[in-house]
Design a protein around this ligand. Structure first.
Ligand code: GTP
Length: 301
């Protein structure tokens, strides 16, 4: 299955429940707009975004005489696509670049680092991985497996070492080897743990200070976490002043609306999306395509 099909399949639940609203009575009346707004809230988009999108679509429908499910769906997808923050720089393309990956446990940080290393290697770029998750021995091993898979060297230290020192090491190494892309994996942590968030602030501070290349801090977020994703992202953003997001597991049972809510509310661009566990299962983010996968485009829905 192609990557686009995986995204469409992953978000099929969102489209199906929306189909019920569009086809039940066929009437574009007060109930229709209420149901639509409720659906967007249930789809994890958040009340504020859902209300604004619905109100705008309602005005547009009146103005342009949109009546059919196909017309309304296409306009809805278009309207949602404008909610996403736009990236002014792609930290995986505009090199040299150092990217720190942060997020809660199991969000998909290590897997994403591995996938991105695979892409960089495939494009003939000089890339290094920093293994700053020195908390778990298994994490270092897992990253080394990804390093072998992608053909990219992993710079790390023994379990229990200071994660900031790994950042220092990998940047020093990058300078020596003229590597132009440095991907640093950090240990997963709960956004509600002040001590672990302070540790991460130190990692970011040391990295920014040591780096001679631009440093980006990217939050990896599991799309299946639902509404809690916004609380997570808000805390990480307040502590670390994030640059952007990578949303993973969009091939699963995600509702997808959480990506809209976070990107819009925090003004953070989505750099990539994860649509599977394999090395090739990473996709560039295209707001229009994502929105069509989320609500359908009126074609064959
Ligand atoms: N279906 C699917 N699974 C994914 C995706 N990305 C990651 N995973 C899976 O999610 C699980 C956790 O991924 P990891 O990369 O280990 O997550 P992590 O954030 O590094 O976890 P910690 O090291 O505990 O912080 C693994 O089983 C991955 O295979 C994705 O896009 N889709």
């Amino acid at each position: 299955m192609g990557l686009r099909d995986r995204l469409r399949k992953g978000l099929s639940r969102s489209r199906e429940t929306l189909s019920e609203i569009f086809y039940m009575g066929g009437e574009v009346d007060e109930d229709f707009w209420e149901d639509l707004e409720d659906h967007l809230v249930m789809d994890d988009m958040g009340a504020e975004v859902a209300m604004r999108v619905t109100d705008d679509l309602r005005e547009q429908a009146a103005r342009e005489g949109l009546r059919t499910a196909r017309q309304l769906r296409a306009a809805l997808a278009e309207r949602i696509s404008h909610e996403f923050a736009i990236a002014d720089r792609d930290p995986f393309e505009d090199l040299p670049s150092c990217v720190l990956f942060v997020g809660i446990n199991g969000a998909g940080k290590t897997t994403t680092v591995g996938k991105l290393a695979g892409v960089a290697r495939g494009e003939g770029r000089s890339c290094l991985i920093g293994g700053a998750d020195t908390f778990r021995a298994a994490a270092i091993e897992q990253l080394e497996v990804w390093g072998q898979r992608s053909g990219v060297e992993v710079v790390t230290r023994e379990r229990g070492a200071d994660p900031a020192s790994v950042c220092y090491d990998v940047l020093e190494r990058a300078e020596r080897d003229s590597a132009d892309l440095v991907l640093i994996d950090t240990a997963g942590r709960l956004h509600t743990s002040p001590e672990l968030m302070r540790e991460l602030q130190k990692v970011v501070r040391v990295t920014r200070k040591r780096a001679t290349m631009p440093v980006s801090v990217v939050l990896v977020i599991d799309a299946t976490t639902g509404q809690n994703g916004l609380a997570q992202a808000t805390e990480f953003n307040e502590a670390l002043d994030l640059d952007g997001l990578i949303v993973t597991k969009l091939d699963g049972t995600a509702k997808g609306g959480i990506a809209v809510a976070i990107s819009h509310t925090l003004g953070l661009p989505i750099y990539r999306i994860g649509v599977g566990e394999g090395i090739d299962d990473l996709q560039s983010f295209d707001a229009a395509e994502f929105s069509r996968a989320l609500v359908g485009d009126g074609e064959g829905e």
